[in-house]
Design a binder for this molecule. Structure first.
Ligand SMILES: [Zn+2]
Length: 90
């Protein structure tokens, strides 16, 4: 897996845990019960990060957090597989 994720899955976090996280973008504290978002690098739920919704929006605007669909759109399309039907005898 690459150091820098190619794409991110983002989801609105709903937590009732009395925990405090650190936002990876602004470095400030992030109470779990406040409005924030979960980020999954390349969909990896083991490596999820908690970030302020505002920070996520800013990163999205800066093009730093592409979704999977956005990342795929930047990739060269795989060659279309040509359909070669086997000749049937009979
Ligand atoms: Zn933040």
């Amino acid at each position: 897996m690459a150091e820098r994720p190619l794409w991110w899955e983002a989801r609105r976090a709903q937590s009732t845990k009395p925990a405090t996280y650190k936002c990876p973008f602004c470095g400030k504290q992030l109470p779990a019960m406040s409005e924030h978002m979960l980020l999954f690098p390349e969909g990896d739920h083991q490596r999820r990060r908690h970030a302020h919704s505002v920070c996520v929006m800013q990163m999205r605007k800066a093009g730093k957090l592409p979704t999977k669909a956005e990342w795929q759109a930047t990739q060269p399309k795989p060659p279309r597989r040509r359909w070669l039907p086997w000749r049937r005898s009979g």
